[in-house]
Design a protein around this ligand. Structure first.
Ligand SMILES: Nc1ncnc2c1ncn2[C@@H]1O[C@H](COP(=O)(O)OP(=O)(O)OP(=O)(O)O)[C@@H](O)[C@H]1O
Length: 625
């Protein structure tokens, strides 16, 4: 008999940025709308532009992983954006594809399509079966494929494969796997079997007619394809990969959808979950959030793994050409641009069979008299089962309380999970760093208090009295020193139509009035210069003098330019000339994006010292804007 224990994925913690594709649908509306021309203009296979509503003489340009124009076929979307991420799920990693965009912009067409033009879902499932078929028998693995299908309607999780089910709970196990106890999970052995379950279930999805779309999806639909592969030989390693295919409900503008009554309520739930999705993206981008608000909506809770989690993710942002969609399109593009900055860490989910001591088994059988045959029974019930908390490998692991078995498992786990020590070391480093920061803050606080005391004594002497000076009471000791630096524009959720995005695309950041830049920068310099003109801020700790949230935002902006800026934008950075900008572009070509600013030292000619000068100059420059 064997139990299963989770194994950490040692050296496989590469990061994977969320890939973002934008797809423009063709006109489906009236002829007069067509004559206006589309509200966006594709520039090439990755770039597009849209008129800036703030200034109609300007355009705002966007750069994405892929831009699909209105002529792009379903096959092309699948081949270029979706197919490449599918092999990961056969080796225990997660992948997700989700379609985002305004109502009527083509999400369902992209994901589902029609029998003449099948979309991502049927193509992806067919491909998964093809990939499994192509696997060499001699590799020694058995594969099993299963499916679940659910919708989130009015913040309720409903099983589309079992209509009688009620609102299902969402749970997270100790290995951070998201589980939905009670959700139907059906084993499928061929594409036609998938179709047999999927087609009728799709008809169960909640749709209704709105002014903008005759068959508007009123719910978020999530199809889950699970591939489990088990090694035939001992230790019977088992890897589970999940593919989430998500057709989100459209972001809604109720003035234009004509929604009332129940439609309005649905719309409220749709916009709320998309708003939370936007908040999640914001906090992941800021990189400083203590808590990413995944739990604020069912949608983000379920997509937790796809956003800033462990999945290879692709977001297809659907947009429409008509001018009546202009603000929706603008918001969707800004949201997509934000999502591009999220970095996921894909890893393999694996368990191994762990032999249990015979003595333990005998005792267990004797004590329980029933449990010995449980696992076999469970295996036979594989055909159609529901996902239960206790069915996860980790649940088996944690249910073992016998010390000798625990000892064996711990010893084995230590052997196999050496990487966990690495995680622990990095956690301890973080804790030490936080402690150091707290200590520094405490010292600053003490310094501040003693200055306050000194000032109050001086004021007392000046007034010739020993009374407590009045201003002392007005000084809140913990108050942060007001920063002279301009507060950067706060990024806000952009998913609600006609709610204009405050996210400034990079091009616009460069257009901020120069005069105020100089004034603000001067103020900042005044703040850090001694009367003799010498720098007051130590070269090494100048960052600690700045407001951390402003500092983080500035760092984020610089990172964004480094990762997405063209030659001109890179040269717009302080300390970056033509040669260095080209070296950065070259580095990006080879290695992808910079995960953190410190990666810049990997670029040829960028020493630690240069990097530190670069950082100081650019942070002051960004904060000055
Ligand atoms: N690329 C495309 N080619 C041809 N027709 C398209 C394309 N994209 C969308 N359409 C058509 O546009 C209409 C609206 O598309 P769809 O229903 O997919 O929008 P949606 O974004 O899913 O809307 P909602 O959020 O309201 O469900 C449909 O009639 C669909 O067939």
């Amino acid at each position: 008999m064997a139990q299963r224990a989770a194994v950490a994925d040692g050296g496989n913690k590469k990061t994977s940025r969320v890939r973002v594709a934008v797809r423009l649908r063709p006109y489906v509306g009236k002829q007069d709308e067509r004559s206006e021309g589309p509200c966006v203009k594709g520039l090439d296979a990755q770039n597009l532009e849209i008129i800036n509503w703030r200034n109609a003489t300007e355009t705002v340009k966007y750069h994405f992983d892929v831009y699909h124009d209105e002529q792009t076929t379903q096959q092309e979307v699948f081949l270029s954006s979706v197919k490449p991420i599918l092999p990961h799920i056969l080796s225990g990693q997660n992948a997700s594809v989700f379609a985002y965009g305004p109502t009527g912009a083509g999400k369902t067409h992209t994901m589902l399509g029609s029998s003449e033009q099948p979309g991502v879902i049927p193509r992806a499932v067919r491909e998964v079966f093809n990939l499994v078929k192509a696997k060499d028998e001699d590799e020694g693995w058995d594969y099993s494929i299963g499916m679940s299908y659910l919708e989130i309607y009015n913040e309720k999780v409903l099983d589309l494969l079992s209509l009688s089910s009620q609102d299902l709970p969402i749970r997270e196990d100790r290995d951070k796997n998201i589980l939905i106890p009670g959700l139907t999970h059906t084993t499928i052995s061929s594409f036609s079997e998938f179709d047999k379950h999927f087609v009728p279930a799709s008809l169960n999805r909640t749709t209704a007619s709105t002014k903008l779309n005759e068959r508007s999806s009123r719910s978020h639909a999530i199809l889950l394809i699970k591939v489990v592969r088990t090694q035939r030989a001992f230790p019977h390693r088992q890897q589970t990969g999940k593919l989430y295919l998500v057709d989100l409900a459209g972001s809604e503008d109720n003035r234009r959808t004509g929604n009332r009554g129940i439609r309005l309520k649905e719309s409220g739930a749709i916009n709320l979950s998309l708003f939370t999705l936007s908040k999640v993206v914001d906090s992941l981008n800021s990189g400083t959030a203590v808590r990413v608000p995944y739990r604020d909506s069912k949608l983000t809770r379920l997509l937790q793994d796809s956003l800033g989690g462990s999945a290879h993710s692709l977001m297809i942002t659907n947009i429409a050409p008509e001018y009546k969609y202009y603000f929706d399109t603008f918001s969707a593009l800004n949201f997509a641009a934000k999502s591009k900055l999220i970095v996921n860490k894909p890893f393999t989910r694996e368990t191994v069979a762990v032999p249990v001591l015979p003595v333990k088994r005998a005792r267990e059988d004797h004590e329980a008299g029933r449990s010995g045959t449980e696992p076999q029974k469970k295996k036979q019930k594989d055909e159609k089962k529901t996902e239960q908390d206790g069915s996860s490998p980790s649940a088996h692991y944690h249910s073992l309380s016998e010390p000798s078995v625990m000892d064996r498992l711990i010893a084995l786990e230590k052997l196999m999970m050496s990487c966990q020590d690495k995680d622990r070391t990095s956690m301890l480093k973080d804790v030490a760093q936080s402690r150091k920061e707290i200590q520094e803050l405490k010292e600053k606080q003490k310094e501040f208090e003693s200055k306050t005391l000194l000032l109050s004594q001086l004021a007392g002497e000046k007034h010739g009295t020993k009374q407590e000076p009045a201003f002392r009471n007005n000084t809140a000791p913990l108050q942060r020193k007001p920063s002279n630096a301009a507060k950067p524009n706060k990024q806000q959720a952009v998913v609600q139509p006609l709610q204009v995005s405050q996210l400034q695309p990079l091009q616009q950041l460069a257009v901020v009035k120069k005069q105020s830049v100089c004034v603000k920068r001067k103020q900042l310099q005044d703040q850090v210069e001694l009367p003799g003109g010498k720098e007051n801020i130590m070269e090494t700790n100048w960052e600690s003098q700045l407001d951390t949230s402003v500092l983080d935002q500035s760092r984020q902006k610089i990172l964004q330019v480094l990762n997405t800026g063209a030659l001109k934008e890179l040269k717009g950075l302080q300390q970056i000339g033509d040669k260095k900008a080209k070296l950065i572009l070259g580095w990006r070509e080879i290695h992808g994006h910079f995960t953190k600013l410190e990666d810049l030292v990997k670029v040829e000619g960028m020493s630690e010292k240069r990097f530190s000068t670069f950082m100081k100059a650019n942070i002051l420059s960004v904060m000055g804007k």
